[in-house]
Design a binder for this molecule. Structure first.
Ligand code: HEM
Length: 513
């Protein structure tokens, strides 16, 4: 241990120095680049500071970026040899995500930071691997079978959650809703995406709980790499957060490989045409039988994990902020409750199991106010608050600013939702009515409302997510009135890839009926 310390300490100090220098001062390479920029009169986005600012403001990172975006719709932060560009301009966003899509991928840089956790899954890759996964998953999302099956699963899980909350309400206990929602959406993605009951993999709930905890922590640690100049050395020495990440990834891997083994066994009992048609994982497993060299178990792990992440956190986090806003503005909560009763035509006091049967597609489609309230939540609390891209070639954005090949380019759904130049003077107000015209929900441009990304890489699960969120939202509001345990406290986020409420959402639930 002490020998390791004596070897590692000077190395760490040297790296510390170099890294801080690279973040703080202008190296000769950077000076040359700046002089070149001045001579060539490149129109670069205004420099709002150094990359070090991201580290300084890490805990309130998305609010820091919002405050800068209020002054400059496109700006950059400077590192030693490149700039990280941030934009909140819908015209630029359309250009990056659609018009010149082929020039803006995840890139090597993002993949390198994310790969220990996300591997070669759809969130982290470009090119053929992305196209392959997108194509196979698109089939699955477009089928009526998936639609009907997922609706049945959402119904069952909503009734299950209602019964859990009823127990807490009866005992006058507080609930931590974010954790409950995380479990519920994990159950749903397991059943729909992988055709398996989470409990089927293990007798105890602990299995899913450990996975959820390990994933949350990894999500935070991998995001932290973007601002930590020492992460590579920490990984090499297996110390600090990188050592925890390694342990967490082991828990995640055990969980996902366990699922793949279980699914392979299940698949052995299915033959003929039906094989590979039931769920996303079966489809990928059948592909791997045809092409075992490319579709290794590691690749299957990456694909599977990325789908769990896609389906679980985004939806649960959005619902968490939705219930938080319902508590902050009780009149919105009452309007949702009224709409749900009218749309389902539920007259008598009925059980949750009976009530979820009234949640038909037709009833859900009638709930325009609920749809608007969820969308308003996503406008102000987008599940993916900042999204990073890397340019392949030097380029000029529609606002005339030059993007260099080594720059990073980010669009900012969190900041965009708060810009008066996009949403008007009341941009920071939570007002579901802004989405309604004569009571009917109106779509916005996906380049202005960017919570689901846009263009060829637009979220594949958008419709699936709305169905699940409307179902859970409607059923819970129908049965309970929610109140914050601490009404004076403003909720905040834990900075990571997804907008996770820090410390969870602690509520009282009172029976409504
Ligand atoms: C409120 C819920 C959701 C939100 C806000 C959301 C948002 C997003 C965003 C912003 C991306 C782009 C991420 C990136 O490239 O960095 C994305 C991609 C994706 N989402 Fe969602 N998502 C939600 C729910 C879901 C669900 C429930 C599923 C699946 C069950 C899903 C499946 C996917 C997939 C597969 C991609 C990758 C698309 C690609 O790269 O081609 N999403 N989503």
């Amino acid at each position: 241990m002490s020998a390791l310390f004596f070897v590692a300490a000077p190395l760490l100090l040297a790296l510390f120095g170099i890294s801080i220098l690279s973040l703080v001062v202008f190296t000769p390479k950077h000076l040359l680049l700046t002089i070149k920029e001045l001579i060539l009169k490149d129109k670069r986005p205004p420099a709002a500071g150094l990359m070090l600012n991201l580290l300084i403001h890490f805990n309130r990172l998305f609010d820091y970026l919002t405050s800068v975006a209020k002054k400059h719709s496109t700006f950059r932060l400077i590192a030693s040899s490149y700039s990280e560009i941030f934009t909140a301009d819908p015209v630029n966003v359309e250009y990056i995500l659609k018009t010149n899509f082929s020039n803006y991928g995840k890139g090597e840089y993002n993949w390198y930071l994310m790969r220990d956790l996300f591997g070669d899954g759809i969130f982290a890759v470009d090119g053929d691997k992305w196209r392959h996964q997108r194509k196979l998953a698109s089939y699955e999302f477009s089928t009526k079978v998936l639609r009907d099956f997922s609706t049945a699963v959402f119904r069952a899980n909503s009734a299950k959650l209602t019964s859990k909350i009823s127990e807490a309400a009866a005992g006058k206990h507080t609930i931590e809703l974010q954790e409950m929602l995380m479990k519920s959406t994990l159950d749903s993605i397991f059943k729909v995406g992988f055709g398996a009951d989470l409990n089927a993999l293990s007798d105890s709930n602990e299995f899913g709980n450990q996975f959820t905890k390990a994933f949350d922590d990894s999500n935070f640690i991998v995001f932290w790499r973007y601002v930590d100049p020492f992460w590579k050395i920490k990984r090499f020495l297996n110390i600090g957060l990188e050592a925890s990440l390694k342990k967490n990834i082991k828990v995640i891997d055990d969980f996902v490989y366990g699922l793949i083994r279980y699914k392979r066994e299940q698949l052995k009992n299915i033959s003929g045409d039906q094989k590979g048609k039931e769920d996303i994982l079966s489809r990928f497993l059948v592909e791997s039988e045809k092409d075992p060299e490319n579709m290794t178990d590691k690749y299957l792990r990456d694909i599977t994990l990325n789908f769990i992440i896609a389906g679980k956190d985004t939806t649960a986090n959005t619902l968490t902020w939705f219930f938080y806003m319902l508590c902050k503005i009780p009149v919105v909560q009452e309007k949702v409750a009224l709409e749900v009763r009218e749309a389902t035509e539920a007259e008598n006091i009925i059980s949750a199991d009976e009530f979820v049967e009234l949640m038909t597609e037709e009833a859900l489609n009638k709930m325009h106010y609920l749809h608007a309230a969820i969308t308003e939540t996503l406008r102000l609390y987008p599940a993916v608050p900042v999204d990073a891209k890397c340019p392949i070639e030097e380029d000029i954005l529609p606002d005339g600013f030059v993007v260099k090949k080594d720059d990073g380019v980010n669009y900012m759904p969190y900041a965009m939702g708060r810009m008066t130049y996009i949403w008007g003077d009341d941009a920071e107000e939570f007002r579901p009515e802004r989405w309604l015209l004569d009571g009917v929900f109106q779509q916005e441009s996906p380049f202005k409302f960017t919570a689901f990304q846009a263009g060829p890489r637009i979220c594949l699960g958008k419709e699936f997510a709305y169905r699940q969120m409307k179902m859970l939202g409607a059923v819970l509001v129908n049965f309970f009135k929610f109140r914050l345990v601490d009404e004076s406290k403003e909720a905040t986020y834990r900075t990571m890839f997804t907008l996770h409420m820090d410390q969870g959402l602690h509520l009282y639930a009172y029976p409504r009926l």
